[in-house]
Design a protein around this ligand. Structure first.
Ligand SMILES: CC(C)(COP(=O)(O)OP(=O)(O)OC[C@H]1O[C@@H](n2cnc3c(N)ncnc32)[C@H](O)[C@@H]1OP(=O)(O)O)[C@@H](O)C(=O)NCCC(=O)NCCS
Length: 152
């Protein structure tokens, strides 16, 4: 179990692009990640005792009652220690308080992330064919998942 703590990330940190590049099969560009550090987003990081960011989650909150998890990633050398779950749980707890539904899309092949989201209470609500581009030019479906707010 990790001792990382979850902190708000109001500002961009270069470590976010480094983690994304190390963890994701098809990483978001630095430009696209940076564009999420703006009004309408609430982002969190997992910080170790020495102040290092080892994971992050990006949440779009354009609507008061429907949020979107845009991305979550954990540095590969500290995966499977509960950090991804802590990041998602931070957002589900806040969404319950705000009575917001959370929706997200995840690659059909990304079993690890789907299991993580299921553990956090998400259910599949749809599938978008040929949604994500692959590096070889083919395309992959997105699984659409949602989690309704739970009352205390
Ligand atoms: C998905 C990701 C964020 C999970 O982070 P993590 O810190 O390793 O996750 P946790 O240790 O909190 O795992 C929580 C649960 O998720 C599931 N899980 C996580 N990684 C898994 C894996 N490699 N295989 C199977 N299940 C996995 C398990 O159910 C796990 O619970 P368990 O350890 O009790 O079995 C991480 O694998 C990652 O950064 N992946 C690349 C980026 C990505 O795909 N992001 C999703 C974009 S939609």
């Amino acid at each position: 179990m990790s001792t990382a703590k979850i902190v708000q990330l109001p500002e961009w940190h270069e470590q976010i692009a480094i983690i994304e590049n190390a963890a994701a099969v098809v990483p978001w560009s630095r430009h696209n990640l940076r564009s999420c550090f703006n009004a309408g987003y609430q982002n969190f990081g997992a910080m170790t005792g020495d102040g290092n960011i080892v994971g992050f989650i990006i949440v779009q909150q354009y609507l008061r009652d429907e949020w979107t998890i845009m991305d979550v990633a954990v540095n590969p050398n500290v995966q499977r220690q509960g950090i991804g779950y802590l990041l998602v749980a931070q957002v589900t707890t806040a969404a319950d308080l705000a009575q917001a539904e959370i929706v997200l899309e995840v690659r059909e092949s990304n079993q690890a992330a789907q299991l993580l989201y299921e553990r956090a209470g998400f259910k599949q609500i749809g599938k978008r064919k040929e949604y994500y581009p692959n590096p070889d030019g083919s395309r992959e479906a997105a699984i659409v998942m949602s989690r309704k707010p739970q009352s205390a």
